[in-house]
Ligand binder design. Structure first.
Ligand code: COA
Length: 321
């Protein structure tokens, strides 16, 4: 058994080329750019093209991660994909990706933890590294919520975007204290109807996402804060020790309210919802990659990740990059 930390490297992303602005949406539902921007902070989102699916965008992000890491697909021994929007019930998205990129030494499976998927998948990857089950894991979050959206429902269709983000999780061979410090997962399955995507044959809703927005807003603040404060306390850390808070990007107002109500330092909260909208499990790697590429997040920074999603399932992670 080894007790070295798992480190994260080679964050990359793929965003579909099609950009849809709030004004574009106002052409087919009764809404305005001002309403969407004021209530959510969203200005635009990337959406997949026709015949572009969850595994396609995952492959594009994965190939960029392999290139950044300077390794070939055969050096990967596990692919873990977080997604709530698989193209097929089976095979899994990760099996499709494994075949396409030629990672034939890797086992592969999906994790479905809705918008918390990246933190759930990170926890599993960390356990695999620590237990020696895998040495180099390709972790991908990939989502195409636009394919599960009712484009005539103005209360939900404004919120979501598509995208994929990926990184490598591996044993820390360097003589430093970088890596995953802790993760903490929670579930409250007593509220299954707050956000739902039914199977297409059920309830005649064609597999579209439905949501009780106000209630989700309230739980997002309470539960994300609870999971952040508990992981900080358990690791003898405070917000002062954190360089960046990386929350799931559901709504800018959720983050502003969490800051006002709970005292979470707003200047440390990383935000990209204006550019990406809510991309479910892909939102956290999209933020991390964007902030690394723009020089805001640097090697050695301490990050506090937090997310909540349908279930409700939620959790946090503490990382030294
Ligand atoms: N454009 C214009 N008006 C809209 C609208 C839109 N796109 N969507 C809803 N409205 C209207 C409603 O019909 C309602 O009108 P009424 O007062 O005449 O009935 C009014 O705006 C207020 O609706 P409400 O749903 O109470 O607004 P809100 O302030 O709660 O904002 C959300 C709605 C969806 C933006 C907000 O609840 C939210 O972001 N919730 C969290 C969602 C989320 O994060 N989900 C994912 C979690 S992982």
């Amino acid at each position: 058994m080894n007790f070295k930390k798992s480190v994260l490297s080679s964050f990359e992303t793929y965003l579909p080329e099609r950009v849809v602005t709030n004004d574009d949406i106002s052409k087919f539902v009764d809404t305005t750019h001002e309403w969407i921007f004021e209530r959510t902070g969203i200005e635009r989102r990337h959406l997949v093209e026709k015949n572009q699916y969850t595994h396609d965008i995952a492959v594009k992000s994965a190939l960029k991660t392999l290139k950044s890491e300077g390794i070939g697909p055969l050096e990967i021994d596990a692919i873990i994909i977080a997604t709530a929007t698989s193209e097929k019930r089976c095979p899994s998205t990760s099996a499709l990706v494994q075949g396409i990129i030629g990672a034939s030494n890797a086992f592969a499976f999906d994790i479905q933890a809705a918008c918390s998927g990246f933190i759930y998948a990170l926890t599993v990857a960390d356990s695999f590294i620590k237990s020696g089950i895998a040495k180099k894991i390709l972790l991908i979050s990939t989502e195409t919520l636009s394919l599960f959206t009712d484009w005539s429902d103005r209360s939900t269709c404004i919120l979501f975007g598509d995208g994929a983000g990926s990184c490598i999780v591996k044993e820390n061979d360097d003589d430093d204290d970088c890596g995953i410090i802790a993760t903490k997962l929670y579930a409250d399955g007593t509220k299954p109807n707050l956000i739902t995507i039914e199977n297409s044959e059920k309830n005649n809703n064609h597999g579209h996402l439905t949501m009780q927005g106000r209630a989700v807003f309230k739980y997002a603040i309470e539960y994300m804060y609870k999971s952040m404060i508990e992981i900080l306390e358990e690791n003898c850390t405070t917000f002062d020790d954190i360089d960046w808070i990386i929350p799931h990007q559901a709504n800018r107002r959720i983050l502003e309210s969490m800051s006002k109500m709970k005292g979470v330092p707003f200047e440390k909260i990383a935000i990209t919802i204006n550019e990406h909208a809510n991309t479910s499990s892909a939102s956290i790697p999209l933020v991390i990659d964007t902030y690394i590429k723009s020089g805001k997040i640097k090697k050695g920074d301490k990050l506090l990740l937090s997310a909540i999603g349908a279930g409700l399932v939620y959790g946090s992670a503490l990382i030294k990059l």
